[in-house]
Design a protein around this ligand. Structure first.
Ligand code: NAP
Length: 355
């Protein structure tokens, strides 16, 4: 059975950047990219904030270019989902098969943690697809969607899950932000720099966001809050034109050009649960995570000079993590790419120490 020095799981900016660095370091990485290579940027249109593209670049073009660059230096890319891992001993075991008849898309996107657990028992009865001396997890996160009519149809045509990425497209427009957490507050505030009116739709009469962010929102004259309200439908022709809300039990339609979903993200880390440290929100904890658990991990890995060794390493020696599946705060393509680079350098140096 093949043993790779580095296996990378995930094909977003973090995964491909890790692949570019590890392949240029002659580590012959194998990257499992899922059936739909490219991650979240495959669902976007123009990316204007990725350094190096002064005229902007379409999200799918950026991802295809990263893939080509990784392949150019020898990364072996497998367009398959990883369905199970065993991180209890090195080399790590990695499976890609599924129990008979199970649809890979359903497994990756719709299976509950319980269903995934049950499938994994069956999967692990088979031979692993590959063994890995080190592993870089870059499985990313998916924005949580509301599943209302129009949401899918108008995604990237007025509907967005990233205000940092898309706010500048809404100059002098009216926009709606859905949610009541820190993301919704941050998105609404960012949007006020461009939009003429920003509406927040929240299902309760109290925000869960931090006090300072809530105050900033409530004191901003451009922001109006629709308390005890929910989004029922997004309407339009080719682009978003209206939202239908339920307010005080009544359906009301308002004109708008943009709808920002800010009800949280789901890190795609279910296959690692129980095998390494994952925080309460589902993010993999590394030695540089800004959490109490991350600080604890960092303390146990201080060098003689007091520096944290291999900051991107998880609670399992030899397993590194990068990108949106680790990062609760920034969630940008460029920060994910930077973290992928850091994880690959950590993996390379850690592998050297093992020889
Ligand atoms: P979050 O804290 O989970 O908040 C999600 C919000 O969306 C909640 O207000 C929730 O309503 C609402 N919501 C969830 N499902 C919904 C549904 N089906 N329909 C309508 N509303 C729904 O998510 P987040 O704001 O993305 O934050 C996630 C983590 O990142 C938090 O720990 C946060 O502090 C952190 N974060 C930090 C920063 C920062 O420090 N700069 C920025 C962003 C995020 P309820 O309140 O009713 O549950």
């Amino acid at each position: 059975m093949e043993t790779a020095k580095v296996v990378i799981i995930g094909s977003g900016p973090a995964g491909f950047s890790a692949a570019i660095y590890t392949s240029r370091a002659m580590l012959k990485p194998v990257l499992f990219g899922g059936l739909k290579s490219g991650g979240q940027l495959m669902n976007t249109t123009e990316v204007e904030n990725y350094a190096g593209f002064s005229e902007g670049i379409m999200g799918p073009d950026l991802m295809m270019s990263m893939r080509k660059q990784a392949e150019k230096f020898g990364t072996v890319i497998k367009d398959q989902y990883v369905t199970a891992v065993d991180l209890s001993a090195r080399p790590f075991k990695i499976w890609t098969n599924l129990p008979n008849g199970q649809d890979p898309e359903d497994f990756a996107n719709k299976a509950t943690p319980e269903e995934m657990q049950a499938s994994q028992e069956a999967i692990k009865q088979n031979e692993p697809a590959i063994l890995a001396e080190s592993l870089i997890i870059s499985t990313g996160a998916a924005p949580i969607l509301l599943n209302v009519p129009g949401e899918h149809e108008f995604f990237a045509r007025g509907v967005s899950a990233c205000a940092v990425c898309d706010a500048a497209f809404f100059k002098e427009k009216i926009v709606y932000v859905i949610g009541g957490g820190d993301s919704a507050m941050e998105d609404a505030t960012a949007l006020t720099k461009f939009a003429t009116e920003v509406h927040i739709v929240h299902r309760r009469d109290k925000f869960r966001a931090s006090k300072v962010m809530v105050e900033r929102v409530l004191n901003n004259p451009k922001i109006k809050v629709h308390w005890n309200s929910s989004l029922k439908e997004i309407l339009g022709h080719k682009v978003v034109e209206k939202v239908k809300l339920i307010e005080d039990g009544r359906e009301v339609e308002y004109p708008t050009q943009g709808v920002f979903l800010a009800i949280g993200h789901k890190p795609m880390n279910d296959i690692f649960k129980g095998q390494l440290l994952i925080d309460d929100h589902g993010y993999v904890v590394t030695r540089q995570s800004a959490t109490a658990q991350g600080v604890e991990l960092a303390k146990t890995s201080l060098s003689e000079q007091g520096l944290v060794q291999f900051p991107s390493m998880t609670s399992v020696e030899g397993v590194f993590a990068a990108g949106d599946g680790v990062d609760v705060r920034y969630k940008q393509a460029i920060t994910a790419a930077g973290q992928g680079c850091a994880a690959s350098l950590d993996a390379e140096r850690w592998l050297e120490d093992q020889d």
